[in-house]
Design a protein around this ligand. Structure first.
Ligand code: HEC
Ligand SMILES: [Cu+2]
Length: 351
């Protein structure tokens, strides 16, 4: 049999590995432990209450156990049978009542939060309404009051309540922005779910699909970009401006016949697939190819945007296996021209 020391020695590398893996979860924008808005704060509050109660139970139980193990251990030569406590009323009442009290302390705020967080703000005139539709493997964001449809990047004004109506176009997904709020399932069968959140601070917050939905589930990222209300208004106006086709007629013809059959830019094309308006100033291409440089978290880097677009258009299946965009047959000139054109489709709304 393996002795305890050998066992620990074998376990050590695994433990070290887990520490590394779990430490990576501490990335600021993907952590529920670093809440950036009131909804996430409320959820974090519940976690803290639960963890505190559990820690207290662990400490007390272990302390009593240790005390009992040491104080009442069998001494050599002692043959007596200890006092039996089976059926002791006093003890039974104590170990029934204490857990009940702890559960009440945990249960009351939990139930309160459940009701609080399920409030429906969709009829609140102050709230910004967003219809979130999940697709394998992208997110569509529609602002019904503003007549805007976009994808992968949810732009919101700081300080305003965002009233989300969440649904799916295909299978079950789950909408989750760890540092702001979540999560809410998007259910098949025409069912819609509601949630709300807000961001008091400007910033970009990473969102994830939190329900295994297919081979590229893990790549189904999106961003929430909170900007000041004036920038938001500029964004909402800019994204509705008409967009011109590529200036080179060959590139324009390819783009129109091979891309606009699915996608829309400005008032051109079809509405059923990711709307590409303003893609040049988005944080990412396809939600997963990041456009912003690590050392400059604020602005999309022009060359990176071009390279990401090129990479995506050339072989979308390589980036996101199983996604619904086919590899389109393009000449090198068309490919470069379209990537260039899309990288220049920027929206100028931030100051
Ligand atoms: C059959 C429909 C279809 C055609 C044709 C098509 N696409 Fe797509 N495209 C999609 C879908 C679906 C996605 C979303 C994929 C995902 O992320 O899961 C997508 C995603 C994209 C994205 C990323 C969008 C984002 O919001 O980040 C770009 C860029 C793009 N397509 C460009 C093009 C270009 C350029 C062409 C023409 C050469 C083209 N697509 C042709 C369906 C199509
Ligand atoms: Cu999903």
């Amino acid at each position: 049999m393996m002795n305890r020391w050998q066992f620990m020695k074998r376990l050590a590398p695994l433990m070290a590995f887990m520490v590394l893996v779990l430490a990576a979860c501490g990335r600021e924008d993907l952590s529920t432990l670093n809440p950036q808005g009131p909804v996430a704060e409320e959820q974090f509050g519940l976690m803290k209450t639960a963890i505190m109660i559990m820690s207290l139970v662990i400490v007390v139980v272990f302390a009593i156990s240790l005390y009992v193990i040491i104080r009442f251990r069998r001494r050599s030569g002692d043959k007596t049978i200890p006092k039996q406590v089976e059926g002791n009323h006093k003890l039974e009442v104590i170990w029934t009542v204490i857990p009940i009290i702890l559960l009440i302390i945990l249960g009351v705020p939990t139930v309160q939060s459940v009701f609080n967080l399920s409030k429906d703000y969709s009829n609140d005139p102050e709230a910004v309404k967003v219809i979130v539709t999940s697709h394998q493997y992208w997110w569509e964001f529609e602002y019904p009051e503003l007549g805007i449809k976009t994808a992968q990047e949810l732009v919101i004004p700081t300080g305003k309540t965002i009233a989300v109506e969440a649904k799916t176009a295909d299978v079950l997904h789950s909408f989750w922005i760890p540092s702001l709020a979540g999560k809410i399932d998007t259910n098949p069968g025409g069912n819609t779910n509601h949630m709300y959140f807000s961001s008091p601070k400007e910033g970009v917050f990473l969102g994830k699909c939190a329900e295994l939905c297919g081979p590229s589930h893990g790549l189904m990222d999106f961003k929430v970009k909170a900007v000041d209300p004036a920038s938001f208004d500029r964004w909402a106006a800019a994204i509705q401006e008409p967009v011109a086709l590529p200036s080179d007629p060959e590139v324009a013809a390819a783009f129109e016949s091979k891309c606009l059959t699915c996608h829309a830019v400005g008032d051109l094309g079809g509405p059923a697939f990711p709307n590409l308006t303003g893609i040049g100033s988005r944080e990412s291409v396809g939600g997963i190819l990041v456009n912003v440089e690590a050392d400059d978290k604020k602005y999309a880097n022009e060359d990176t945007v071009y390279n990401n677009l090129y990479k995506w258009i050339k072989d979308p299946q390589e980036v996101k296996p199983g996604n619904m965009m086919p590899t389109v047959d393009l000449t090198e000139k068309e490919l470069e021209g379209i990537a260039q054109y899309l990288s220049e489709l920027t929206l100028d709304y931030e100051q």
